[in-house]
Write a protein that binds this ligand. Sequence first.
Ligand code: BG6
Length: 491
Amino acid sequence: MTFPKGFLWGGAVAANQCEGAYLRDGKGLSVPDMLLGGDRYTPRTFCSVIDETAFYPSHQAIEFYDHYKEDIALFADMGFKCFRFSINWARIFPNGDDIMPNELGLQFYENVVDECLKYGIEPLITLSHYEMPFALVQKYNGFYSREVVNFYVNYAKTCFTRFKDRVKYWITFNEINCAIVTMGHGGMGDLYGLGVMDREDVKSTERIPLSKLKTNPQVTFNAMHNQFVASALATIEAHKINPDFMIGTMIAQVTGYPLTPNPKDVLLWQKEDNINNNLCGDVQVRGKYPEFAYSFFREVGVDPSFITKEDEDILYKGKVDFYTLSYYQTNCVTTSKDAEIVEGNLHGGAKNPYLKASDWGWQIDPDGLRFTLNKLHDRYPEVPLMIVENGFGAFDNVEEDGSIHDPYRLDYFRPHIIAMKEAIEDGVPLIGYTTWGPIDLVSAGTGQYAKRYGFIYVNRHDDGTGDFSRSKKDYYFWFKKVLESNGENLE
Ligand code: BG6
């Protein structure tokens, strides 16, 4: 058994983390434009007004807006079959509630799509990757408002119609489970995922750490429900526009293990797996809320009367065609208060004594990828799976001659690719794999440039210096060999 023919190898980025040009050609402000950078130990801060003297990483990001031709040529050289990128909603509808789309915004993405197709690279588009026009947050409180559902569906239809003959694969929302996963840890998930903010926070002109933004579970879950409905309505429309479209959910895998065989740990692990991973997956793949969602709503004091009969019909009719996931790391789950806690993507947890961690404290677990893929296939045998983010943030050092030696990238990627192959041998219908950040970009969690994911280096730094030039790291050439051999040559 080997990787199937036509396997979608490639890389993934998000508009706000790579494009820059944050107010160019009619674009409006989007949520990440309001965020300052932080680091592993300092949370990013939000402020409702732009401070012209401060450094905002997303305002220039890596200037993909100006470098897209050069970057896509490098992806093609590496042998990409697929490039996942997102459309910045505020480039198309600057205020979110505009009547007409911004033609210059659409043209930019048309150029990006055409550039991909020129090299035979399949575009995979995320419609909202942790952003929406900031005006929708201010005026409507994001997805808490039903009106935003209509604005989103209109935006989605505009994109589907424009690219109906050129783009087959779409994701409605990046990591749609992020607000659940980050619950209890401030408002980052509410803001990134749902555009929801406390009304005092949104008006304040102070800088507020994301971990200190106020939240309210009733508002969060009502907004999440509206987002599910928006996604389902967009999926229904997409299939009318082109029945061959593949519309995907995208769920951050919060894979964990019980820290001990204590049944209390196992029960907690099962509950967390259900809430963090399965709730959103069930709604989007099976088209209905699972029973455990209602007992969880009771537990956190949420009245689920926002789930109407009419909405249930929409969710059922708007089931997705494939399941996409991000996978970076795993951690452990325990009821013990004494366990050592480690960080992770959106979600920390108890330290696993068998795993090593990155410089940002994310535990590296290739076997966990095989486990996760099998678990997902068992639960959702009706849909193909695709890994649309997997990667390793690291500090890179540029030698005097400009070379960058990054063997830690090999140590991360090789076993993860082997784990994928094993999962395919286990019978998992995996259709593709796009690494996160094939080119260095701005970190979503910390706002740093120093947390580098790329096979391609970008000369840009957290102090605002750097000329944005691109260069190839050592393991650029390794990944090219992997892709050229369809995953067979991992040496
Ligand atoms: C995922 C997001 O959660 O993790 C990406 O979809 C993000 O946008 C990636 O960049 C890695 O996280 P970070 O915080 O290292 O950028």
